[in-house]
Write a protein that binds this ligand. Structure first.
Ligand SMILES: Nc1ncnc2c1ncn2[C@@H]1O[C@H](COP(=O)(O)OP(=O)(O)O)[C@@H](O)[C@H]1O
Ligand SMILES: [Mg+2]
Length: 178
């Protein structure tokens, strides 16, 4: 079973392929509502209105390298199995937003997995794209914004190995389900 961090890594590739400059990933855990929510929002080229209902169809893809597109259908299936669901909204030219809900304590909810590594992989491979990660768990909030980090780094690239090493420690201390 794929964990949520791997789903998020895969879905962010859709945003990158759509030319996104900013990708926002937002996780909310609310124990008293038995709710876990994952939001991925980008400012990419969006999905034409006529295609929006088809993106959850496993045989729909605009890729030319293979004929099935399973990222969204598998994510939706995971959410549905966990008593939740997925909504996709998109405005052509503005961006796309995915919102998936899961029952927090549902046995079928995939574990969060290594969210720190998902974020680092995205940053290391896409230093010119910005990522805003927000996590709210039972009132405790953590925010990570590459725009702020880049402002501090000035001319040092964010994917410099020493910077990545530092960010890995920082993220691991703050993120992973433990
Ligand atoms: N964030 C996004 N921005 C623009 N188009 C998207 C986005 N996410 C998905 N799509 C569209 O939906 C299709 C299906 O996505 P997905 O299920 O991940 O399969 P795949 O990435 O293999 O095509 C993509 O080919 C693309 O056309
Ligand atoms: Mg995909």
């Amino acid at each position: 079973m794929k964990d949520l961090a791997l789903h998020i890594l895969d879905l962010a590739q859709n945003s990158l392929r759509a030319g996104a400059r900013l990708i926002e990933i937002h996780l909310v855990e609310e124990a008293e509502k038995d709710l876990f929510r994952v939001t991925i929002a980008d400012d990419g080229k969006g999905i034409p209105a006529g295609n929006l209902e088809r993106v959850l169809d496993p045989f729909y893809t605009t890729r030319t390298t293979r004929r099935v597109g399973l990222g969204l259908p598998l994510f939706e299936a995971a959410a549905r199995r966990s008593g939740g669901g997925l909504t996709v909204t998109s405005t052509p030219g503005r961006g796309t937003r995915l919102e998936a809900t899961f029952q927090l304590r549902n046995w079928d909810r995939p574990p969060l997995g290594d969210m720190a590594e998902t974020i680092l992989t995205l940053i290391a491979a896409n230093p010119d794209v910005d990522f805003l990660y927000r996590q709210k768990r039972n009132g405790k909030e953590f925010t990570f914004d590459t725009r702020q980090i880049k402002a501090v780094l000035e001319e040092v690239p964010i994917n410099h190995p020493e910077v990545i090493g530092y960010l890995r420690r920082e993220l691991r201390d703050n993120l992973n389900e433990g």
